[in-house]
Design a protein around this ligand. Structure first.
Ligand code: A2P
Length: 352
């Protein structure tokens, strides 16, 4: 016996990783159903060496499903997640549809596993850039207290989906062939203008808000507070500000994080020790040997890699670090499946 699992958005960039993570999960799995739009219905995808046929997502798809993993865009989640819950499933949603709903837990298991007890059928998976940062900050918060965070991100193109990745490849090829680069998707598919990402850096991820921040930056600020400050997305306990930048890297986000702690006794060594002992983190911090986290090396790993820990030279109790993680795994598919594994361990998942 085991859980009947549905993956919504199975044909997408995150969906492909969700399939892999479910293949490798410690959860007991009885069956897997792959769902997408009518465009991909009938397509075959491999699960554990066996061909499964992709089906169109309809409300009845969720009959008998215990666990539904969603990564098919916010509007699909808004439409179908309640249908899945109505039929007895627990939904782990990788979109932003429910993240800021105060009644819906927003969870990174290394940080706020206990929030899972408050679920009413839906658990939200945070934004990729938020997840790896809070994994790295939580052991520091626990050991020394955390007052303030200033983050700049260097985000991979896969975060914008398979079509954006193809655009990076096409533009790079055009550039090398001496042709004009054509941009149709990035920085944001729905926005008015498009710019090349190849050989470029774009300081726009998601659309602009009225205050001059992008929505991605807004998410990093308020999701971090909701996760680290007991569910309060507007908490003043930790001050956070963010600049989010897309760079021409296919997979893995990198982040430069400045943070101020409460404890005047905090040292680089103490912070490194706290990071090295924490779950989900690999410390890679040896400047003498040029050891530091790199996007290229993080791809395919579930871990968050942290290095370059150093003190701010002028501000007391202030430090800097560099964190890197596979945005498709810890930032999306793995965190979702990890949430399900923790719900199973806590007795919050049920077989129908
Ligand atoms: P499809 O392949 O049928 O379009 P990505 O993030 O890589 O762009 O992937 C988006 C995922 O969301 C794909 O699996 C896509 O399926 C799925 N999707 C898009 N629209 C819908 C919809 N209306 N119903 C179900 N799945 C959808």
């Amino acid at each position: 016996s085991g859980y009947n699992v549905a993956i919504v958005g199975a044909t997408g960039a995150v969906g492909a990783r969700m399939i892999k993570m479910v293949e490798q999960t410690s959860l007991p799995v009885n069956s897997v159903k792959l769902l997408a739009s009518s465009r991909s219905a009938g397509k075959q995808l491999q699960f554990n060496g066996q061909a499964l046929t992709v089906e169109e997502t309809v409300p009845e798809s969720f009959e008998g499903i215990d666990l539904a993993l969603f990564s098919a865009g916010g509007s699909v989640s808004k439409k179908f997640a309640p249908e899945a819950v109505k039929r007895g499933a627990v939904v782990v949603d990788n979109t932003s549809a429910f993240r800021m709903d105060p009644k819906i837990p927003l969870v990174v298991p290394e940080v706020n596993e206990d929030a899972l007890y408050q679920h009413h059928g839906i658990v939200a998976n945070p934004n990729c850039s938020t997840i790896q940062m809070v994994v790295a900050l939580e052991p520091i918060r626990k050991a020394f207290g955390l007052k303030r965070v200033i983050v700049s991100t260097y985000q991979a193109v896969s975060g914008a989906g398979n079509r954006a990745l193809q655009e990076l490849h096409d533009e790079t090829q055009a550039y090398l062939d001496g042709k004009d680069m054509e941009a149709h998707i990035l920085p944001v598919s729905g926005d008015k203008k498009h710019y090349p990402i190849a050989f470029n850096a774009l300081p726009q991820i998601d659309v602009f808000e009225e205050d001059g921040y992008t929505h991605e930056e807004w998410k990093m600020i308020h999701e971090t507070k909701k996760i680290m400050c007991g569910g309060d997305m507007d908490s003043d306990d930790i001050k956070v500000t963010a600049t989010c930048v897309r760079i021409p890297v296919p997979v893995s986000h990198s982040e430069s994080v400045y943070f101020e702690v409460e404890d005047p006794k905090a040292t680089v060594k103490g912070i490194q020790d706290a990071l090295a002992a924490a779950p989900g983190i690999v410390l890679q911090d040896d400047p003498d040997n040029q050891i530091y986290p790199q996007a290229h090396n993080a791809e395919g790993s579930r871990d968050t890699f942290v290095g370059r820990v150093r003190p701010d030279q002028e501000t007391p109790q202030a430090f800097q670090m560099w964190d890197v993680s596979d945005n498709m795994l810890k930032g999306a598919a793995w965190n979702s499946v990890q949430i399900a594994e923790h719900m199973h361990k806590l007795g919050l998942l049920h077989m129908q």
